[in-house]
Write a new protein. Structure first.
Length: 512
C-alpha cells in the first residue's frame, strides 16, 4: 500500500472505532491508541514513522492554541497556585521519582535518568482535552486539568533539553544556560508580540477562507520561530492564543468566529485521531529493534516507570489538596477541592504525543535509548488506555457530577437581556417598541418557569414553520422555479434561523 492508501485506510478504521466509542462512552484516544498497536502487529502493515520535532509542531501546536483560546484569564488568576502545583511541582516530582527508578533499576546515568523522567512527566494537552470532553466533571476540575495541560509541557521540555545537554556534553555552558533561562520569558514575550501583530493583519482577511488559513499559518509560525530561537514553543503558542482571545482590540465578527470555530474543531479533531492512531503504530519500530532478553529486561523497568508515574501524580495531588485545605495561601482564591475531585485530577494524567515525540527526538547514541523509548511508549499506552477507560466509571463511583451551569447561564442570559433593553431604552418609535417587547419577553422567560414553558412552545412552533419553509424551498428548486445560487442563499438563511432558535445542543457537534 502507498502512504496515501494507508492514510485512507487508517481514517476509515478511525471512523468505525469512533462510532463504537460514541455508543460505549469510551474516550476515543484509548480506543484509537489500542487499535494502532493491533494494526501495527498485522503482517504487511506499512510502517509509518514519526519524526519527533515535526510531530510536536504538527499535532501539539494546534491543540494548544485551540485549548488556550478558550481558557479564560480569570481562571488563570484564580487558579494559578493549583496550576503551579500541577504544571511545575507535579512534573518535577514525577521526574525525580522516574529518574530514581531509571538510575537504581536500569543503571542509567543520572542525566539520562532525568531525561527519562522529563519525557514521561507531563500529561498531554490532546489527551486531556479529548477525554475531558467525554467526561462529566465540575467546572473547577475541568479548568485545573485544562490549564495544567497548557503549561506542563513547557516545564518538562525545558528539563528534557537541559538533561540531554548535560548527558551529551558533560554539562551546560554559559551560553546554553542563558538560553534555557530565557526560554520561558522569551517564549511568552514572543507569543504576546505575535498576538499583537496578528490583530493588525486580521482585518485584511476578514470574511475569507484566507483568514482561516492565516490562523493555522500563525500557529505553526509561532511554534517554529520559538524553536528556532531556542525559546519555549509551548508558552509562545499559549501566550499568543490567550492574548488574541482576551484582547479587547481583537475584533472578530460573528461570521468569521463561527467559521473559525468550525474549521478548528474539525482540524484539531482529525489531528487528534491521527496522532493517537500513529502513537499506537510505533510499537513495531520500538519492540522490533530489541532482542527477547533485552525486551524482557526493558519491560520490567517500563512497568516500574508506569507505576511510578501514576502513583506519584495521584499522591501529590491528594497531599497538595490536604495542605491547601489547611493553609489557604496555598490555594489563593480557589475553593478547597474535595477528596473526590483530588482523586479524579490525580487519575486524569494521560500522557500522549509530547512524551512519545520527545523520546523519538533523543540522539541515536543516547545511553540506553531503546529502554527510554519503550518506557515512554508504555507510559503513553498505559495511561491513555487504562486511565482513559476507567475515568468515567471512577467519576460515577465517586459521585462527582457535572456542574450543569443552569444558574450561571440564567444569570448571564438575564444580564444580556438587561444590556439589550438598556441599549434601546431611550429610542422612540415602533421599531424600538418591537425590540423592547422581544427582549422583555426573553427576560420574562428567564425569570419564570411558566414563561420558559411558553418560550419552549414558541420555539417549537417557529421550528415547525421553518421546516415548512424548507419543504417549500426544496419544491421550488425541484420545479426549477429558483436557481441554484438563490436556493443556496435562502437555504443558508433558514439554517442560520434554525440554529438561532433551536436549543444549544443543536449548535454543537459531537466528537466521533
Amino acid at each position: 500500500m502507498t502512504f496515501f492508501e494507508s492514510l485512507v485506510a487508517l481514517l476509515l478504521l478511525a471512523v468505525i472505532l469512533l462510532q463504537v466509542a460514541r455508543r460505549t462512552s469510551i474516550p476515543y484516544p484509548a480506543m484509537l491508541a489500542a487499535a494502532g498497536v493491533i494494526v501495527a502487529l498485522v503482517p504487511g502493515t506499512p510502517a509509518i514513522g514519526l519524526d519527533g520535532r515535526t510531530a510536536l509542531a504538527l499535532f501539539i501546536a494546534p491543540v494548544l492554541l485551540d485549548a488556550a483560546f478558550d481558557f479564560p484569564l480569570a481562571a488563570v488568576r484564580k487558579l494559578w497556585r493549583p496550576l503551579v502545583a500541577l504544571a511545575v511541582v507535579a512534573v518535577l516530582l514525577t521526574t525525580a521519582v522516574v529518574a530514581w527508578i531509571g538510575w537504581a533499576f536500569a543503571g542509567l546515568p543520572i542525566a539520562a535518568a532525568i531525561t527519562l523522567g522529563a519525557i514521561v512527566a507531563p500529561p498531554d494537552a490532546a489527551a486531556a482535552t479529548t477525554v475531558l470532553r467525554s467526561a462529566s466533571l465540575p467546572r473547577r476540575t475541568v479548568q485545573e486539568l485544562t490549564g495544567e495541560s497548557l503549561l506542563n509541557d513547557a516545564t518538562a521540555l525545558l528539563l528534557f533539553a537541559a538533561a540531554v545537554e548535560i548527558q551529551s556534553h558533560g554539562g551546560i555552558d554559559g551560553v546554553v544556560g542563558l538560553g534555557l533561562g530565557l526560554a520561558v520569558p522569551g517564549g511568552i514575550a514572543l507569543g504576546l508580540a505575535l498576538g499583537w501583530a496578528f490583530r493588525f493583519i486580521l482585518p485584511y482577511t476578514r470574511n475569507s477562507f484566507g483568514g482561516n488559513l492565516l490562523e493555522f499559518v500563525n500557529t505553526f509560525l509561532a511554534w517554529l520561530l520559538a524553536e528556532r530561537l531556542g525559546l519555549s514553543a509551548v508558552l509562545c503558542v499559549v501566550a499568543m492564543a490567550m492574548f488574541i482571545a482576551n484582547s479587547p482590540r481583537t475584533k472578530i465578527d460573528a461570521r468569521n468566529r463561527i467559521q473559525s470555530f468550525a474549521v478548528w474543531g474539525v482540524a484539531v479533531f482529525v489531528l487528534n485521531v491521527l496522532a493517537f492512531l500513529l502513537m499506537g503504530m510505533q510499537v513495531r519500530a520500538i519492540v522490533g529493534a530489541m532482542s527477547p532478553d533485552r525486551l524482557r529486561e526493558a519491560a520490567g523497568v517500563a512497568a516500574m516507570v508506569v507505576a511510578g508515574v501514576i502513583v506519584t501524580r495521584l499522591a501529590w495531588v491528594l497531599v497538595y489538596n490536604r495542605l491547601a485545605a489547611r493553609f489557604p495561601w496555598l490555594r489563593g482564591d480557589a475553593e478547597p477541592a474535595s477528596f473526590a475531585q483530588g482523586v479524579v485530577v490525580g487519575w486524569c494524567g494521560m500522557r500522549g504525543l509530547v512524551t512519545l515525540a520527545a523520546s523519538f527526538a533523543l540522539p541515536s547514541d543516547f545511553p540506553q535509548r531503546d529502554l527510554i523509548v519503550l518506557s515512554a511508549f508504555a507510559v503513553v499506552l498505559a495511561t491513555v488506555v487504562v486511565q482513559g477507560l476507567t475515568l468515567t466509571p471512577l467519576i460515577r463511583l465517586l459521585g462527582l457530577g457535572e456542574d450543569d451551569g443552569r444558574d450561571e447561564r440564567r444569570q448571564a442570559q438575564r444580564a444580556l437581556a438587561d444590556a439589550a433593553l438598556s441599549s434601546v431604552s431611550g429610542t422612540p418609535g415602533a421599531a424600538a417598541d418591537a425590540v423592547r417587547l422581544q427582549f422583555e419577553g426573553d427576560r420574562a422567560a428567564i425569570d419564570s418557569g411558566e414563561a420558559y414553558a411558553d418560550f419552549k412552545a414558541r420555539r417549537e412552533l417557529k421550528l415547525s414553520a421553518i421546516a415548512a419553509q424548507r419543504d417549500r424551498l426544496h419544491a421550488l428548486r425541484d420545479s426549477d422555479a429558483i436557481g441554484a445560487e438563490e436556493f443556496e442563499r435562502l437555504q443558508e438563511e433558514l439554517d442560520w434561523r434554525e440554529l438561532a432558535i433551536g436549543p444549544a445542543e443543536q449548535r454543537t457537534m459531537e466528537e466521533g
